[in-house]
Write a protein that binds this ligand. Structure first.
Ligand code: NIG
Ligand code: FE
Length: 405
């Protein structure tokens, strides 16, 4: 048993069985002042504000805030090398699509990945994993999608699995074979190749994803790949409406996608399509910021009674950062969410969007003890307002203090 004592403010308390928040629910979270929290094995056992129970180990929160660790439901952080050359192209005025058309973009990462050994890919990716865990992420989704042929997609999936088996955080794995058309394939030939990869990919992955957008995969491709994924037990999560109103939201909802992500370009029709569904709209302010795209209309979604998740999209081309505190701050500063709404979007709703709502994302007995202990004097508003001042005192993952190598 581990006792966290002297908690100035415990934030993110939710009753058992609450796995996502929608509409007005997004504006509330349970709090407790002057609290303690007890950890048993790697889970939250109990908490309170009265007499403290006994424990073998004591962690002193020194009056800081304790909140659930971030749940980042959308990343591509396994990649090789860097795309800093394209960064300079972007500064010179080229758009994301123009860079992709010139052989840059996802295909550039796919070439780099092809010529990098599996060991080296693991090593480079672990630097980023350690970075984001130190910044307070406790549940993390990682996608394949820079392999774009059977051999290299499997190389990526093995690396993600190795990360999952190594780190103290919870990792969810997504097969994104349909990220771009692999080199040397026709469009149709590559869609068939993705279908053919499904049995092997499903040995590693929890989810199947498709980049359903202008210039990438069509609504028909997306439906076909989702259905094949489902045959092998994979749940769909879709990239939609980043570059254009793609129809990806509607097809995702129709085929039971757990989340539809990006949504920089959305109309009322997408909002209507999501109503009453189990699909979590997920917005990625890091890529809006980096690419200069519109920010998602999170407030309109919430006003329509929907929940919203925010994720980092950590990747070398459109969002080279996995800092979920910055994502939360952008949720406020650029999308005009309240700090509590932004907090729910990066914790409990993020957990839901990667099938971890049952064991992560809130302060609830039985959930994983993935916690951020802040320095004294912090609250949710201050995290978003003074958005670059260091605020973390300690990160606990599965009840243990996280110490990056
Ligand atoms: O989510 N939109 C597609 N995929 C990534 C970008 C990947 C890349 O440019 O390498 C994204 O933004
Ligand atoms: Fe993405």
């Amino acid at each position: 048993m581990i006792l966290v004592k002297n908690i100035g403010l415990l934030v993110g308390i939710q009753p058992e069985g609450v796995h996502r928040l929608q509409g007005p629910e997004m504006s509330q979270t349970g709090t407790l002042e002057n609290a303690w929290l007890l950890i048993n094995n790697d889970c939250i056992d109990s908490f309170g504000d009265g007499i403290m129970p006994n424990a073998d180990t004591i962690i002193d929160a020194r009056g800081g805030m304790v909140m659930p660790a971030f749940c980042d439901s959308h990343t591509h952080l396994v990649y090789a090398g860097s795309r800093d050359g394209e960064f300079l192209d972007k500064l010179a005025g080229l758009s994301y699509e123009e860079i992709a058309k010139r052989g840059g973009g996802i295909l550039n990462s796919s070439d780099l990945l092809h010529s990098t050994s599996e060991e080296e890919l693991y090593r480079q990716s672990m630097v980023r994993v350690n970075e984001v865990l130190a910044k307070g992420t406790g549940t993390l989704e990682i996608k394949s999608g820079y392999g774009l042929n059977p051999e290299d997609e499997l190389k990526m999936l093995r690396v993600i699995k190795r990360i999952k088996d190594t780190v103290p955080a919870q990792i969810k794995i997504t097969f994104l074979g349909a990220h771009a058309i692999g080199r040397g394939y026709t469009h149709e030939g590559y869609v068939q190749e993705v279908i053919d990869m499904m049995p092997k990919a499903s040995e590693y992955a929890d989810f199947v994803d498709v980049f359903c957008d202008k210039g990438f995969f069509t609504v028909e491709d997306t439906a076909r790949i989702m259905e094949e994924g489902k045959r092998f037990g994979l749940i769909p999560k879709i990239h939609a409406n980043e570059l254009a109103v793609s129809g990806g939201v509607q097809v995702g909802v129709q085929h039971g996608a757990l989340s539809v992500d990006h949504l920089e370009q959305t109309t009322e029709a997408e909002i209507q399509a999501l109503k009453g569904s189990g699909t979590m709209p997920t917005m990625l302010p890091g890529s809006s910021f980096f690419l200069g795209l519109p920010f998602g209309r999170a407030r309109d979604f919430i006003s329509a009674g929907l929940g919203v998740a925010l994720a980092s999209d950590y990747n070398p081309g459109s969002s080279p950062s996995g800092d979920m505190r910055f994502v939360m701050a952008m949720g406020c500063i650029k999308m005009r969410l309240t700090p509590v709404q932004a907090f729910n979007a990066v914790t409990i709703n993020g957990a839901y969007a990667m099938g971890a709502g049952n064991n992560a994302g809130s302060i609830t007995p039985g959930k994983r003890a993935d916690l951020i202990i802040t320095r004294p004097g912090w609250d949710l508003t201050k995290i978003c307002y003074t958005y670059q001042t260091p605020f973390i005192h300690k990160v606990l993952l599965g009840g243990n203090t996280f110490m990056p190598e």
